[in-house]
Design a protein around this ligand. Structure first.
Ligand code: HBI
Ligand code: FE
Length: 284
């Protein structure tokens, strides 16, 4: 069944993936046999470069779980990852042709099914790609799905997303996704580390987010976070910092329904805004 592609950001850009092969829930089969030698080589080179950058920059849970992805010299078969992931946390990877609309995206997460784009960037896009590809989705997102508490957070996020979508608050909640699952920082023994997939799959932003004096770092506060717009085409101006995945999970336990009204009445903030109530974290 053919489904409509979605493109975030530049709507004039033609969608990359082949949505004609997707089912009604936007999942499709990972056409593993269709990857070329060059595709596998791109994955291997990205994996090699990125894994070398992790010590001192990525959180411990990510570094510990990374080998669970299996092969680093070719694009893994999602089924093989699932053979380890399902018994670990009950999550399973499903292939998708690319970005999918909010509602089906939340629906998959709420059922512990993580959508992974199956195509890989071209060699000339090695350093930068606008849409998520299999390297971002797999290398960036999947290791932390092996962490039981983080895995529960992502499912809770999906369930909350379904509710938010029906309340017309999907955009507000998507800022929480952005500033935690994509660009989150965590304070762990030894210092500040990255846990967000957008950071962990980017060679430039990893160092920037953890070591640069340029961005501001603020202790995660839900209201502050959901008021804040974000950058889709540049390094983040603001990063939100958590103490633990347990803190993140507990913070998102309440029903957000009354909360969205507070976010709306407090008003939007620019990505680089700084306000008096911010609890700022400085590099030690
Ligand atoms: N689809 N494949 C895919 N990957 C995403 O990260 C994604 C998506 N659709 C919607 C979406 N993200 C956003 O709405 C999130 O910010 C919630
Ligand atoms: Fe992502």
């Amino acid at each position: 069944m053919a489904v409509e592609p979605v493109v975030y950001g530049a709507s004039e850009r033609p969608p990359r993936g082949d949505y004609a092969r997707a089912h009604d829930d936007y999942t499709c089969a990972q056409d593993w046999a269709a990857y070329t030698t060059a595709d596998h080589d791109t994955y291997r080179r990205l994996y090699e470069r990125q894994s070398a950058l992790l010590p001192g920059m990525a959180c411990d849970a990510f570094i510990e779980a990374l080998p669970s992805l299996g092969a680093c010299d070719h694009i893994p078969r999602f089924e093989e990852v699932n053979a380890r992931l399902k018994p670990a946390t009950g999550w399973e990877l499903v292939a998708v042709p690319g970005l999918i609309p909010e509602r089906p995206f939340f629906e998959l997460l709420a059922h512990r099914r993580f959508p992974v784009t199956d195509w890989i960037r071209k060699p000339e896009e090695f350093d930068y790609i606008v849409e998520p590809d299999v390297f971002h989705d797999l290398f960036g997102h999947v290791p932390l799905l092996f962490d039981p508490v983080f895995a529960d957070y992502v499912q809770r996020y999906g369930a909350g997303g379904l509710k938010a979508h029906d309340l017309g608050a999907g955009e507000l909640l998507s800022r929480l996704y952005w500033y935690t699952i994509e660009f989150g920082l965590i304070q762990q023994r030894g210092g500040l580390r990255a846990y967000g997939a957008g950071i962990l799959s980017s060679s430039g932003e990893l160092r920037h987010s953890v070591t640069s004096q340029k961005p501001q770092r603020i202790a995660l506060d839900l209201l502050r976070c959901m008021r804040t717009r974000y950058k889709i085409d540049d390094y983040q101006a603001t990063y939100f910092v958590i103490d633990s995945f347990a803190q993140l999970f507990e913070m998102t336990a309440p029903d957000f329904t009354p909360f969205y009204a507070s976010v709306r009445s407090a008003g939007e903030l620019a990505a680089e805004a700084s306000i008096a109530s911010d609890s700022r974290i400085t590099l030690g």
